[in-house]
Structure formats: structure tokens, C-alpha cells
Design a protein around this ligand. Structure first.
Ligand SMILES: CNc1ncnc2c1ncn2[C@@H]1O[C@H](COP(=O)(O)O)[C@@H](O)[C@H]1O
Length: 342
């Protein structure tokens, strides 16, 4: 099928969309990186020419070290405010109406970002700025490299700020590092306090042995779920656990060979719940509208199917039912006034 990519892209931008899997520090655009470099010109001259390298990954293992430099640019309160604001503005500009950002709290002795609580409060101060074009919530990430004490600290912050925009906790980080079982008590505590849980799941085959332990806690969503064995597939499908799909991230980090071979195909065919997401739109240089374009091209999705993909994702958000209802009304209104596309 030949597709007019320009009009497909315009449609995908105009489509009201939901983003549920976006790491703040991986989502920083090149324009914002330039602003960050400028801020640090005197204190960190070695970063004066820093750019996020393009198409540089031979393997997903090459991805995680990128943050050693990105974090040097985002190590103070003003930088965290700047990146959070710019990332939200960029998502809003791309037609996202509901956004769950996620981030791993950090602290530094030699900047004004003295505690992980400072980090969370700073991100929330921006997320909670009133605006009428987008709703934003926060998921607090626990890094696989964390000790249990560090994971508990992150979860305690999530609990403390649960009524101020935090909706869930996430397990993320270097897929070859750490073990879930070490961190599991922290996730169980989060659940006891009513927080939702999403877990990066089987991005690489080496994660399969711990998969039963991850599934046993009853996660509300899973990130990626790229390489499933039969037992995982059966569990996820029976429990209809929504999957956060990040196609460009998977293809560029080479955990999936091509868009056409992406496991979204199977979710579409079997009617499983999913949400198309960006993961790290700065590093992978693809907006959410681009991800919809890729899905449409790879799986010959019609405009109606793309709209339905966005609409069904509302069921998987972590905000409460009143927000879900509000979004469904907003989507329906958009649909009614955009019949030209269908
Ligand atoms: C490619 N797939 C992925 N798999 C696992 N973890 C990922 C990831 N992409 C990003 N992160 C996690 O998010 C952090 C950056 O954002 P924040 O500092 O938290 O805002 C990275 O350090 C990594 O731990």
C-alpha cells in the first residue's frame, strides 16, 4: 500500500494522543540540550559541544552510558525545571493530551539539588503548573542498580507525593544490571499504599528468568515486553496487562530487528491492550506522532485504527476514573469534528 507520509504525519499530529512511557532525561530535545550546554559553558567547558550521538547504538548496552553526560547537564534545580517544562511543552505541541512522565530522583552535594526530595518537588512544581492543553502525572522510577534502601527512598517519596501528582512507581535502568528480587519489597510497599506499578519487562532475553517474579506482584502495566516465552505471554494475555510499546527505541537499540517485525503486530492481531509511546524521544529522535506513523506504515493501520489505538489507551492510564471520562469525552468531540479523516 502506498501512503502519503506527509498527510499521514499531519493526521498523527492532530490525533489526540496519550503518552505513558517517557523518561524525562531521555526525552530532552536537541534544542533543550543546546540551552543546557549554554548554561554550563563556564562550569563544564568539556560539554560545550555536547550533542546526543545519533544512531550510535550497536546494542542496548550502549544506551545507558549516554546518561553519564546528560546527567552532568541536568544536575541542578533550574536544569530540572527547564527540561521538565520543555519536555511537557514539546509533547503538548505534538498533540499529547494526557502525559505520564517518569524519572529517577537524583541528588548532588555540589549543586542546589541536595536531596532526592528536592528532585521530586522540582519536577512536580512544573508538572502541577496549571495549563488547559495537557494533563501531566509523574511516575517515580527505581533504577535496577539501586540498593533496596535507595529503592525504598524512591517509593517513600512516591507515597509522600501521591496526592500531588505521583501516580505510580516504575522499574527501569540498565537491563543487564541488578535483580528485581532485591528491590521487590519496595514495589510491594508501593502497592500497599495504593500506588500503581509499571515494570520494564523482558527488553532482552537475559531478563526472562526473573519474569515470573515480576509478574507475581501483579504489575498494572509493563514496558516493552519484547521477548516473551510462552508462560509470560499466557499470563500477560490472560490478565490483559497493558503494554507500553516503544517501537523506535526497540529498533534503534536493536532488541527488535525492524518495525515490521515488532511485537505490536501480535497485540493488534489478538486485541491485547497497549499504548504506543516514545520511551526517550530525545535520544531516539522520534516524537509520538512519528511512532504512530511508523505503526501505520508497518501494519497498514487505517486512520480509524490509529484513532482507536489512542482511544483504547485511555483505559490504561494511572489517573482516576474522572480523568478517564474527561478524556473519552474530549476524544469523542475531536472525532465528531474531524470526520474528514475517516
Ligand atoms: C531504552 N529502554 C530503557 N530501558 C530501561 N531503562 C531506561 C530505558 N530508557 C531510559 N531508561 C532509564 O531512564 C533513565 C533516564 O531518565 P530519568 O533520569 O529517569 O529521567 C536512564 O538512566 C535509564 O535508567
Amino acid at each position: 500500500m502506498s501512503v502519503n507520509v506527509e498527510s499521514l504525519k499531519a493526521f498523527c499530529v492532530s490525533l489526540p494522543k496519550i503518552e505513558l512511557h517517557a523518561h524525562i532525561n531521555g526525552s530532552i530535545s536537541h534544542e533543550t540540550i543546546a540551552k543546557l550546554r549554554e548554561r554550563k559553558r563556564e562550569t563544564k567547558p568539556h560539554l560545550a559541544d555536547y550533542k546526543i550521538p545519533e544512531n550510535s547504538l550497536d546494542d542496548i548496552a550502549d544506551f545507558f552510558p549516554l546518561f553519564k553526560l546528560i546527567y552532568q547537564l541536568t544536575d541542578d534545580i533550574e536544569a530540572i525545571k527547564l527540561i521538565t517544562k520543555d519536555v511537557i511543552d514539546e509533547f503538548a505541541h505534538d498533540g499529547i493530551k494526557y502525559l505520564e512522565l517518569r524519572s529517577t530522583p537524583r541528588k548532588y552535594d555540589d549543586t542546589n539539588l541536595k536531596t532526592k526530595e528536592d528532585y521530586v518537588r522540582t519536577v512536580l512544581s512544573v508538572i502541577n503548573e496549571p495549563r488547559d492543553d495537557i494533563i501531566v502525572k509523574l511516575i517515580i522510577s527505581v533504577d535496577r542498580r539501586n540498593t533496596l534502601d535507595e529503592a525504598m527512598e524512591a517509593v517513600d517519596l512516591a507515597i509522600k507525593y501521591q496526592n500531588h501528582g505521583v501516580v505510580a512507581v516504575d522499574l527501569c535502568g540498565d537491563v543487564h544490571a541488578g535483580t528485581f528480587d532485591t528491590l521487590k519489597p519496595a514495589f510491594l510497599k508501593a502497592q500497599q499504599y495504593g500506588l500503581k506499578v509499571t515494570l520494564h519487562f523482558c527488553e532482552v532475553p537475559e531478563n526472562l528468568p526473573e519474569a515470573p517474579s515480576l509478574l507475581a506482584i501483579g504489575p498494572n502495566r509493563l514496558g516493552h515486553a519484547t521477548l516473551l516465552d510462552e508462560a509470560c505471554r499466557k499470563h500477560i494475555y490472560e490478565h490483559k496487562i497493558p503494554i507500553e510499546i516503544c517501537m523506535t527505541s526497540n529498533v534503534l537499540s536493536k532488541t527488535v530487528p525492524t518495525y515490521e517485525e515488532h511485537h505490536l503486530k501480535e497485540l493488534l492481531a489478538t486485541g491485547q491492550p497497549f499504548c504506543i509511546c516514545t520511551d526517550d524521544k530525545g535520544v531516539f529522535r522520534a516524537d509520538l506522532s512519528d511512532e504512530y506513523v511508523q505503526a501505520a506504515k508497518a501494519f497498514s493501520m487505517t486512520n480509524t485504527q490509529l484513532y482507536e489505538a489512542c482511544f483504547q489507551a485511555i483505559d490504561s492510564i494511572f489517573a482516576d476514573d474522572s480523568i478517564k471520562d474527561q478524556l473519552r469525552t474530549q476524544w469523542q468531540k475531536w472525532f465528531d469534528s474531524n470526520t474528514k479523516y475517516f
